[in-house]
Write a protein that binds this ligand. Structure first.
Ligand code: CA
Length: 447
């Protein structure tokens, strides 16, 4: 075994070896789920009704309940597999890193080419395409941050051309408490919301279907071990409280938002639906793709001490490509592939995930296993990398052109938005997140 990864990645082991082969058909070189990834999710196999935990490998899912019955685990890996085998991953997320690593190591051994366990593991596999996916965890609380500095700048510029970022931005990891009840797993359609809409020249608002429906490209963060009320998580320990990552589309009704957001921020413009990718990609799987937090621009303040940690600055950011694609009804009828609207990257986060966790708890707020944090929209600085239509179309003024000859200012009924993430670097096996996908349904009849 030879591992030739950057010295900045101290947490690498045999499970990351890019030379590792897998006996599962289709796993070799799989874009999202090679043997070096091993993300966890909740699925229902065909013909069954009880959701249970599984591991994505290539185009298959390893059923953890079946693998436990087959006697494939022992010790702390068995304990972790039992926690991950239930109807939600909450108990597994709560375990922390050591059992999660033990299970990862054992899964890697089971699935590796030449494994003596192959015969017992093969019957535990299902074709992923035949299975129904569910949200990975029971999400008690959901908080959406705003750490994509280019998004914050682009949006702020609409209102304050000379001074787009508010003075708190470079001191406070800005966020708001979102709505957990309307989070849905990838594939669930999203109904266009109705709401109060008031154009700039209208004397009064009307109640109507949203006309400025938008997506937001975000990184989702799964909280693992929680903290007690009144006991903040220090920045140096914050990364330990994160159990995984996913993709989040924070659907946004821009017209409803514009009228309702002052003075308390987003409300109904953001609570009608948010879409999550189905698989929890572990911190271990992303270890090869850790990078230093990008240096702050000259003249920016240093983070306050409670948000500053040398190790976090050294390796607390990620290098993940993030992609937004659209597929319209006309494109599907014409046999056209989904069209890329944006390519961005997680390096555009002004604050690290550890800083988000440390700040969130700094006043004493408790986080619980299965809580979800959103990064906020992650836009690149330049066109082609904008994580929302609000930015790409400059508030709806400049429509984007699609290969079908259509244009879009905002989303229309039948449009489907697909988010993807991909991590790749020299000397590591590339991994992805699976899709975060949903189609827009027409507004329901007026109540
Ligand atoms: Ca958002």
């Amino acid at each position: 075994m030879s591992i030739t990864l950057a010295p900045a990645a101290p947490d690498l082991d045999a499970t990351h070896d890019p030379a590792l082969r897998c006996w599962v058909a289709g796993a070799e070189g799989h874009a999202d789920f090679p043997i070096q990834n091993l993300p966890f999710g909740i699925f229902t196999p065909p013909g069954e009704s009880t959701p249970r935990g599984g591991v994505a490998i290539g185009d298959s899912i390893l059923d953890l309940s079946a693998a436990l019955r087959a006697g494939l685990f022992s010790g702390s890996a068995e304990m972790a597999a039992r926690a991950a085998a239930g109807e939600t991953l909450n108990a597994f997320l709560a375990l922390g890193a050591a059992p999660r690593r033990a299970l990862r190591a054992r899964l890697s051994a089971i699935l590796a080419e030449g494994s003596p366990d192959r015969k017992r593991a093969e019957p535990c596999l299902h074709a992923a395409a035949d299975c129904a996916m569910h949200l990975p965890a029971r999400i008690g609380d959901y908080t959406d941050f705003y750490v994509g500095i280019h998004h914050a700048t682009h949006v702020g510029r609409v209102f304050r051309p000379d001074n787009p970022l508010l003075p708190n931005y470079k001191y406070v990891p800005i966020g708001y408490h979102g709505r957990a009840s309307s989070l849905r797993v990838s594939g669930t359609p999203v109904r266009r919301p109705r709401g109060q809409i008031k154009g700039p020249d209208d004397a009064a608002p009307r109640f109507a279907p949203c006309e400025r429906l938008d997506y937001e490209l975000e990184l989702g963060v799964w909280i693992g071990t929680g903290n007690r009320l009144g006991e903040p998580v220090p920045i140096a320990r914050a990364a330990e409280h994160v159990a995984g990552y996913g993709l989040l589309n924070d659907w946004s009704a821009r017209d409803i938002q514009a009228w309702e957001y002052q003075p308390l921020g987003p409300f109904l413009a953001k609570n009608f639906a948010s879409t999550l990718s189905a698989w929890v990609v572990t911190p271990e799987a992303l270890a090869p793709f850790r990078v230093p937090q990008p240096a702050r621009p000259e003249g920016d303040p240093a983070p306050l001490p409670y948000l500053l940690d040398a190790a976090d600055q050294r390796a607390g950011a990620f290098d993940l490509d993030l992609e937004v694609l659209i597929s319209t009804p006309a494109m599907r009828e014409g046999g056209l592939a989904p069209h890329r609207l944006a390519l961005s990257n997680t390096r555009h986060m002004y604050w690290t995930v550890a800083q988000m966790v440390a700040h969130h708890t700094s006043g004493g707020c408790d986080l619980n296993p299965g809580d979800l944090l959103g990064s906020g929209t992650l836009s690149a600085p330049e066109a082609g990398g904008f994580g929302s239509l609000l930015e790409s179309t400059r508030g709806g003024r400049e429509p984007v052109a699609l290969p079908s000859g259509e244009t879009r200012r905002f989303l229309e009924d039948g449009d489907e938005i697909i988010l993807r993430a991909r991590a790749a670097r020299e000397g590591a096996a590339p991994v992805g997140f699976g899709e975060c996908r949903a189609r827009i349904l027409p507004a329901a009849p007026a109540p």
